[in-house]
Design a protein around this ligand. Structure first.
Ligand code: BDR
Ligand code: CA
Length: 317
């Protein structure tokens, strides 16, 4: 008889964002996880909106265990973005009731305190620009060795970006932070765009979401309907990709992914290449290996996992 395993402690640092919101929904009702905190970062939307979205999401879902919520820093400058799939408010205009702020703490403080409270046990799932994680490491460099692992939704190893021709949105939004985190002595898993993008959801996904009378369904159905419309109008695609959701599955179900150990860095200055993930693939590689890159996934397995996770969120709400 196998002993029950302790749920894995997780912080989700995110910039909601529709795919961020779906990932948060799944994680909050996953019995294999203890979501210690969810922390906001500026990215898909500005700092105040990101914080407001995260607070509203948690309040609306009302999970059995309430995570701490971190407030996004308002001094992080974001580069201009040509278009957004997430709508002006980041959540497809679903008009969630705003929740008043009760003296929230800065995301970097919440992350720092959680790492200190759970040394070597916490996984940080970074679904937005790496601004907060970088700030925590700058504020207390010794903390790197207390972080269990970081799973990062970011980068493109094949030079097919979504923010620029060569950069994914998260690395493009704060290249210096991405470079800093990759250089730190932490166990890192990179989930790049071409791998998260292997999982495509067709229109029938909408039918399989939790029903409207559940809290999760009320939230997800209009948000994802917006995502389908935006993908059609802006990209000419009938199917959608939910990058952050695939990154969550990479953290919970790593066996669904193929990995390669790589030596990776991020370009910070190029006019055309800022935010580009650069991998040393030379035969006589000079850089030291510093991350696991997830190069492929079992797309059907990931999609099934997501449907199961969302069904569980529906049943619990
Ligand atoms: C990232 O882009 C954002 O729009 C998504 O939320 C995801 O985190 C992938 O590049
Ligand atoms: Ca995101």
């Amino acid at each position: 008889m196998s002993l029950p395993t302790e749920p894995r402690k997780l912080i989700i640092d995110c910039d909601p964002g529709i795919d961020d919101a779906v990932a948060v929904t799944m994680a909050l009702f996953d019995p294999r996880l203890e979501v210690v905190a969810v922390t906001a970062a500026a990215g898909n939307v500005g700092a105040e909106q990101a914080t407001a979205n995260l607070q509203a999401l948690v309040a609306c879902l009302d999970p059995p265990r309430l995570p701490r919520i971190g407030v996004a820093a308002t001094d992080a400058a974001l580069p201009a973005r040509p278009y957004s799939m997430h709508g002006a408010d980041g959540l497809g205009g679903i008009d969630l009731p705003r929740v008043p702020l009760h003296g929230g703490h800065a995301s970097e403080k919440v992350i720092w305190e959680a790492i200190k409270a759970h040394p070597r046990q916490l996984t940080i799932l970074a679904l937005g620009p790496l601004t907060n994680v970088s700030r925590v490491l700058k504020r207390d460099p010794g903390i790197a060795e207390l972080i269990g692992a970081v799973v990062i939704c970011g980068g493109t190893a094949q030079g097919l970006g979504n923010a620029t021709p060569v950069a994914d949105f998260n690395f493009f939004s704060d290249p210096a932070a991405a470079r800093h985190v990759l250089a730190e002595p932490i166990t890192k898993t990179l989930v790049p765009l071409e791998t998260t993008g292997q999982v495509v959801y067709d229109l029938d996904f909408l039918e399989r979401l939790p029903r409207e009378f559940t809290r999760a369904g009320r939230l997800l159905r209009p948000m994802l309907a917006h995502a389908f419309r935006a993908h059609r109008q802006l990209l000419g695609c009938e199917g959608i990709r939910l990058h952050d959701v695939a990154a969550l599955v990479a953290a919970t179900d790593p066996d669904l992914f193929e990995r390669e150990t790589v030596a990776a860095d991020v370009e910070t200055t190029g006019d055309l290449t800022a935010g580009m993930l650069v991998i040393d693939r030379r035969r006589n590689r000079v850089w030291r290996p510093n991350a696991d890159l997830l190069v492929a996934c079992d797309a059907v397995g990931v999609r099934d996992r997501v449907l199961k996770g969302l069904t569980a969120a529906g049943e619990a709400t």
